[in-house]
Design a protein around this ligand. Sequence first.
Ligand SMILES: [Zn+2]
Length: 538
Amino acid sequence: MTLPTPTGFALIDAHLITNTLHHAGATALLVEHGRITAVGDDTEIEALALAAGYPVRNAGGATVTPGLFDSHTHPHWAADVTRGVDLGGLGTVADLQAAVAAYAATLPVDAWVLGWNLEFEPFEATGVRGDLFDDAVAGRPFAAMFYDLHSGLANAAALTAAGVTAAPVFEDMSEVVVDASGALTGELREPSAYQLVFNAVPARSHEAERDALRDMFRTLAAAGLTGGAIMDGKPRTVDLIEELEQRGELDHRLVVHHWHAVTDDDAAVARVIAAKDRRGRLWESDGIKLFSDGVIDTGTAWLHQPDTCGDGVHAFWPDWNRYREVVRAYHDAGMIIATHAVGDFAVNRVLDAYAELPAHAAARVHSIEHLEVLADEDLEKLTGSGVTASMQPLHMQWREGDDSDNWAVRLGERAATGYRVRDVLNTGTRVTLGSDWPVAHYDPRIGMAWARGRSTPGVAGAPVFEPDQRLTGEEALLAYTLWPALARGHEDRGIIAPGALADLTLWSGDPVAASADELVTLPIAATVVDGRFVYDAL
Ligand SMILES: [Zn+2]
């Protein structure tokens, strides 16, 4: 099957936010074969469309911005993880048990019971234990992911089905947790541990998995997203994206970053590099994603000074030189590197590793993902580093105003050095924003609202975290449009101009003029990818 031929259309009576200094007062644009070919007033654009035989869409005064791009997302994983019951926002073990039991009742008696979006706070009194859910699932295997995707939980039936009968030793920071008596608790820290269990979950059919990914992209489009950077790419992810495009069912522009596991050997690195030039009309796959540390909540982030539990002093890698070595290999191959670094010392070390990479013609601008905590010395190191800071201020949604949350308790006074987006911008570093979906909600309006307000949008009196770090409405939009395009070297994306890709987001109002509170409920009127309306409520 061949791709549907992209044709053209005109959009008139629009309020354009172009992200350029040109076309002030323009109200219309022409799209042909996936690109914007003209920007102007209604009369001239309508005339061009009529001459070419293209339809004319009246935007009815809607605001049109360059398409929104999520710089850190896991849609393939999300399509899988979100199969089970959403356990987010449930504050007690009893609430969790009730939700799991209600969901389990809808499943066959021999089915695995899956959940996602667990939070840590409900387990403060009991500890994280799988047996808390044995009754709720009536003895069936139960496995759930925590919201941060760094920890999982399984009951004994699931552990047994996965063949996990004792705590293995991992080369990275992963851990199958045991209690004082040596018994498995069901808590699974970091991917190598929880994948033992989740890999044992019966797989969906190929068609079901492919269609779930297609539908996931359509869900994202309905929130105004036109593309994203996939941060956990696997060969299978690329296969499915390619298949969706061949079927004419790919509605998202994508960059796939292959997931490099700490244990990957030179042969694995060579395989990824050999496949880096796989691409399609809407996607490329020459990115790599590595971890340098874990997360604050489990004490696996790499910090200058230990957290209040004495954790946070270890690298994710048994040998940091191996990280430097593989980064060098991917860099030399011309790939774009994204390294997860949450803790301040992790950011510091990754900046050093990037700084020692040789300049060459194929060199790309590499990124650091998260930069959740930063010391002043790390900001100094960022200055002039040329890296992209890919940040997610909406992750502050799990903070408490009185610093009683686990994240803030572990950090102590350093909680005030969290999510320093304004400080990072002030170093001259390019900032991109993203969700880390399904860690946090994919909706870019929520992401922008948190970057702007640093407070739960729409909740009067909600605590504001470090208000001096807030972004303006314009900056938040740029960090979802033009800045990620520039960070990846694309001059024809993130702008509305002749020659630019026709990836557009249509809003029922102005997302910059709207307050952060108003923004989250501002309806998306339509989403255009490659010149096609992939979501259309206009
Ligand atoms: Zn992520």
